[in-house]
Design a protein around this ligand. Sequence first.
Ligand code: ASP
Ligand code: ZN
Length: 212
Amino acid sequence: NSINGTGGNVTSIINVNNKNGTKMDNAYWNGEMMFYGNGNTAFTPLAGSLDVAGHEMTHGVVQNTAGLEYQGQSGAINESMADIFGSLMDRDDWQIGDDITKTTYIPSGALRDLSDPHNGRTSLSQNGYQPKTMSEYYTGTDDNGGVHINSGIVNYAYYLIANTIGKDKAEKIYYRALTTYLTSQSQFIDLRKAVIKSAEDLYGNVSTETFP
Ligand code: ASP
Ligand code: ZN
């Protein structure tokens, strides 16, 4: 029932510039509403992307449900939920930002790819690259401890599930995990447990959906 669960307004501000007047190459959720820039070196106008809009709106849903703290693993789960439901709203592919990303910035033409977090790149120093598994986990302090970096690991785990059981079932499992089991401090292990429990709740405990 809207972003806040009680029929609240869904407000989007477009044509947003940076505070210093330069063109904003970003979109964000500020805790209350969405803001979209017109792009600069990386993007064309960001409001032109359904999955980016879905990503920003999902930040609002996360805030009003699990409230995942925007730091470290809970922050990476927050980012991944935004990508997962953003990609489900623009359902024809596994990419985020494919309608607005300049190939001069990222050759794949997408900001992120849930099915391949490396996104055609070979290292974290290149725009568009994310780690894919825990062997590539980022332990630094940039980006609130890698919330947009380690989300690639969570995105890829979701992809493996959704690609096996289908998006229709995967989205119900993930929505239940987000709204029923996850909390502000949840870590990756908690997400694993929440997804398994949600799959059991919805589809039974020995089902293909629980153990794909
Ligand atoms: N620039 C951020 C991103 O790449 C914006 C956000 O997290 O909402 O997703
Ligand atoms: Zn985000």
